[in-house]
Design a protein around this ligand. Structure first.
Ligand SMILES: NC(=O)c1ccc[n+]([C@@H]2O[C@H](COP(=O)([O-])OP(=O)(O)OC[C@H]3O[C@@H](n4cnc5c(N)ncnc54)[C@H](O)[C@@H]3O)[C@@H](O)[C@H]2O)c1
Length: 252
């Protein structure tokens, strides 16, 4: 039952060149899904395509900046033409922006940039994938938020605020689409070991790790495992919900 949960399903995964998006795309492909990988890192995307093809997985890659509406719309249309449908969207593209930065030192341009990618990008991918899902009256949308959006990480105002926005989007769209075959959920991870935090200041990482009762960071495999269930057909009575993935940090 769990082996080929995504046979006949087509999944678009954003931020799929690396980190969480990459792990989720690989997991869906392993379980029989056709995957469409989006990212802005073209050479890394090509590498992922080679790896997936070597493993005989069905995939396509698209260089897409999720903050660009025209690119997003066009890429969904091309993916739907290529594979015939879009069943699943996992939106993992995102940036961390400034850390260890007081709001009084936080460049407004840096705030605009993180807003554009993390929140506007989430809005755009939902807006433009939903028409494809409405055609088949089925869909699974998963947005990767963050515990920073629930609790607020100090000195990361842009990241915390945009991730709180992503949580609002999940709750709003989940309810808006609740009577259709489309579900919209989120995951709020604490720290997961990925390239995203390789440049985060050690003091900031230490602060985040110290708040995790399991006393360790999560892995991309653990994230992919939860994500795969949320976007599977089995997960049919959950929508507008943000799942915890925090080693015990969040218990609400
Ligand atoms: N790693 C963590 O600790 C952690 C914790 C909570 C939430 N998250 C969230 O999970 C998601 C994935 O994070 P990750 O840790 O895998 O990061 P990552 O940096 O390893 O991967 C993110 C990917 O998104 C891509 N990307 C960035 N801007 C883009 C754009 N404009 N258009 C398309 N692609 C773009 C990057 O090129 C990269 O491949 C992010 O939304 C992040 O905020 C991560």
């Amino acid at each position: 039952m769990t082996k080929l949960r995504f046979e006949h399903r087509v999944a678009v995964v954003t931020g799929a060149a690396d980190g969480i998006g990459r792990a989720v795309a690989e997991r869906i492909a392993e379980e029989g899904g056709k995957v469409v990988l989006w990212d802005i890192q073209e050479s890394l995307l090509q590498k992922r395509q080679e790896e997936l093809q070597a493993a005989k997985r069905d995939c396509m890659i698209q260089v897409v900046d999720v903050s660009d509406e025209e690119q997003v719309k066009k890429a969904f249309a091309e993916a739907a033409d290529f594979f015939g449908r879009i069943d699943i969207l996992v939106h993992a593209a995102g940036i961390v922006g400034p850390t260890q930065t007081k709001i009084t030192d936080y460049a407004t341009e840096a705030f605009d940039q993180i807003y554009k990618i993390n929140l506007r990008g989430s809005f755009l991918v939902c807006k433009h994938v939903i028409p494809h899902m409405e055609k088949i009256d089925y869909g699974r949308i998963l947005l990767i938020a963050s515990i920073a959006g629930k609790e607020g990480n100090p000195f990361m105002a842009g990241y915390s605020a945009t991730k709180a926005g992503v949580i609002g989007l999940v709750k709003s769209l989940g309810k808006e689409l609740a009577a259709t075959g489309i579900t919209v959920n989120g995951i709020a991870p604490a720290v997961i070991k990925t390239p995203m935090n390789s440049d985060t200041a050690p003091e900031q990482l230490e602060y985040m790790a110290s708040k995790i009762p399991m006393q360790r960071f999560g892995t991309v495999a653990e994230t992919a495992s939860l994500a795969a269930w949320i976007v599977s057909e089995e997960s049919s009575f959950n929508t507008a919900f943000v799942f915890d993935l925090s080693g015990g940090r969040a218990t609400y």
